[in-house]
Design a protein around this ligand. Structure first.
Ligand code: 2IP
Ligand code: CA
Ligand code: CA
Length: 377
């Protein structure tokens, strides 16, 4: 009876199809990559097209899940706003229409009348996804949706998505950059407690299939609800020698602070969601980020998966404060129902103060002890 899980997984697969399509269909791909050559007006249109891929995916998830679970409508939110101004100065609200031709007509308005592109996208939006995953038959937990909210990041690691390198090689399992780090992230949280409950990470660019070089997706999920912890993944063992993944922009002061724990075992990767996935897959013991550059839609889904595996995501600044005041067993986790006080725009939903994603609680403690000892982070 895991109806919500099935619905969200199907939506994530549709989202992954749209993300793949924008890279694989010439009519759409040419819009994604042409920016550098365009004139100013053209640049704006192409910029919009990139956003359109994101917005459309978000709207599709909202539409499909909201249709099945009307009580969630109004509580499904994501990174993007669905209002667009096209090259002709018209404001268009992107949404899924009742029929495919209507959606195509609406998309044409955003796409400056590009009919082929609009029709390709509309077909993907209205396509029915059939999940064939026998493992889901064993999931019997019923999640009461009354109190839930949903955070969506339709495409995380957009930069890598646009750049589109499919040939980057992994280092000890971790792809430092490239299409592998572009993910669809969906998280369900309890609107009252703020706790993450169910998470999905879909990798649209998991494997390139030969001979036609089409991409194959794969997904992971986790549920941490009341007394139930279930996941498509198994709890990984700690690394023999501790390893951490960081943003390639991470401040030198944090890198230095972590040296006593990790020595040379620092690895770097793009994509906030992807780094969380690396923790869940057991390639690294932690992802540490010193700044508030991730958002609720980045972490909610991965957080639920990490919880289902016995780990979590702590607030770095909050955990350091707790550590220093002797509350070492109460390191605060991220929550998803409250905006940052006094912040504006997207920053309202930032994970301010940084984060630590982990699987083993002892390892979280080791990270916090190490950073606290360094003093000046
Ligand atoms: C971004 C994306 C970036 C990440 C940043 C996120 O989301 O995941 O890659 O930075 O924190 O907000 P970094 O790669 O340095 O970790 P988006 O791609 O959705 O804007
Ligand atoms: Ca993101
Ligand atoms: Ca995004």
């Amino acid at each position: 009876m895991a109806a919500l899980l099935r619905s969200l997984l199907a939506a994530s697969e549709k989202a992954a199809n749209i993300a793949q399509l924008c890279r694989q269909e010439e009519a759409l791909f040419s819009l994604l990559i042409e920016e550098k050559r365009g004139a100013d007006k053209n640049k704006k249109f192409l910029q919009d097209f990139k956003t359109l891929a994101d917005v459309l995916i978000q709207e599709v998830i909202k539409h499909d899940v909201g249709k099945e679970f009307p009580e969630l409508q109004g509580y499904i939110r994501g990174e993007e706003s669905n209002k667009f101004e096209n090259g002709l100065g018209e404001t268009v609200v992107v949404q899924v229409c009742p029929t495919q031709p209507e959606t195509a007509t609406l998309l044409q308005k955003v796409l400056d009348r590009n009919q082929t592109a609009a029709e390709l996208l509309a077909a993907a939006v209205h396509q029915e996804v059939v999940l064939s995953d026998p493992a889901l038959d064993d999931v019997t937990v019923t999640i009461s949706t009354e109190r839930m909210g949903v955070w969506i990041d339709p495409i995380d690691s957009t930069n890598q998505y646009i750049r589109g390198r499919g040939d980057v090689m992994p280092v000890n399992g971790v792809y430092p950059s490239g299409l592998h780090s572009a993910l669809v992230l969906i998280g369900v949280y309890n609107r009252h407690s703020g706790e993450p409950v169910l998470g999905i990470i879909n990798e649209p660019f998991f494997q390139e299939q030969m001979p036609d070089r089409r991409w194959k997706s794969r997904y992971h999920w986790g549920i941490s609800y009341e007394d139930t912890n279930l996941s498509s993944l198994s709890r990984p063992l700690p690394q023999a020698v501790p390893r951490v993944v960081l943003s390639s922009n991470e401040r030198a002061v944090l890198q230095k602070a972590l040296a006593p724990l990790y020595g040379e075992q620092l690895c770097f990767a793009s994509g906030a969601g992807y780094k969380m996935l690396c923790v869940a897959l057991g390639f690294v013991d932690a992802y540490v980020l010193s700044e508030g550059t991730t958002f609720k839609w980045d972490s909610c889904g991965p957080h639920a998966i990490l919880r289902a595996l016995g780990g979590g995501i702590a607030n770095l600044a909050g955990a350091l404060r707790a550590w220093r005041t002797g509350q070492r067993n109460l390191l605060p986790e991220l929550t998803y129902n409250q905006p940052v006080e006094g912040a504006m725009g997207a920053d309202r939903w930032a994970n301010s103060g940084g984060i630590v994603a982990y699987i083993h609680h002892d390892h979280l403690k080791a990270v916090i002890a190490t950073v606290a000892a360094a003093g000046d982070v």
